[in-house]
Write a protein that binds this ligand. Structure first.
Ligand SMILES: C[S@@+](CC[C@H](N)C(=O)[O-])C[C@H]1O[C@@H](n2cnc3c(N)ncnc32)[C@H](O)[C@@H]1O
Length: 253
């Protein structure tokens, strides 16, 4: 596979000190667990009611409610880690409501059928080939031969299979976030928006710093629909800057 070199590589060899800062939170009260179960039940029932493919839909709906990520000017949307397709469904629904015919492309390692009004590409976001195919899709969709800078909104809900070892899960998530950010740096329009899921841990400040070099505004959010015991969080990044270079952000040449 054509991997993305230094950017997005897996980190190994963590010190015991580093590992210790990832210990699970213990002793969560039974009332918190009960509330989480209730939240999950309500979301599952609601997602069946609305025909969403997963309860993940409600996280994006909450994010949009607070940060208005879908706008009338939005034309091209990239959904990373899209399977089974709930976020693409929400994107199509929101753009429909705004009366805008948007090009929505979901990308995932796993095969998936695109929800109505969206497209799907099976590929690994850590592969250069996938970046090229995404660029080609939006070039065709926008009927231009221009390379790059077609996309108005990137949403990433990517996560590798969780291992239960939070240090490993965090590092796997950081690798995917690096891949998503690199892609956004190359393909997201100036002024564009990005939503990115990450698993909280020791290296998240590096991700936040990289995002703040690339975007004017970076917000952190834990949607109510996300289980409180889960370390998943989201950065909502608004107004991509015009001039940040990959070497500035990733320290590569
Ligand atoms: C939590 S699920 C996404 C749920 C989705 N947002 C929805 O609404 O249905 C995370 C997804 O990330 C995908 N993923 C993990 N690593 C990836 C990679 N390197 N490239 C593309 N997709 C990846 C997984 O296959 C999985 O389907």
């Amino acid at each position: 596979m054509n991997r993305l070199g230094n950017v997005g590589r897996r980190r190994h060899g963590m010190s015991s000190q580093l590992v210790s800062c990832y210990r699970f939170k213990t002793g969560s009260s039974s009332s918190t667990r009960w509330l989480d179960r209730q939240k999950k039940d309500i979301c599952s029932k609601e997602s069946k009611l609305h025909n969403y493919r997963s309860r993940a839909a409600f996280k994006l709906i909450e994010i949009d409610k607070k940060y208005r990520i879908f706008e009338k000017k939005t034309r091209n949307i990239l959904d990373l880690g899209s399977a089974p397709g709930a976020w693409s469904q929400v994107a199509a629904e929101r753009m429909n409501k705004l009366g805008v015919e948007a090009n929505i492309l979901g990308v995932d390692l796993l095969p998936s059928s695109p929800p109505k009004g969206t497209h799907f590409l099976q590929g690994n976001i850590l592969s250069k080939r996938t970046h090229k195919e995404i660029n080609e899709f939006f070039s065709r969709a926008t009927d231009t031969t221009n390379v790059g800078l077609h996309i108005d909104l990137v949403v990433s809900d990517m996560m590798a299979n969780t291992s239960g070892i939070s240090a490993n899960d965090h590092l796997a998530s950081m690798e995917l976030c690096d891949g998503a950010l690199l892609l956004a740096m190359n393909l997201l329009k100036e002024g564009g928006t990005m939503v990115i899921k990450f698993f909280s841990g020791c290296e998240e400040h590096i991700l936040q710093w990289r995002l703040s070099l690339t975007f004017h505004k970076v917000f952190r959010m834990k949607p109510n629909a996300s289980r409180s015991e889960s370390k998943e969080m989201y950065f909502i990044c608004k107004r991509k800057k015009s001039s940040t270079s990959v070497s500035e952000v990733f320290g590569t040449t």
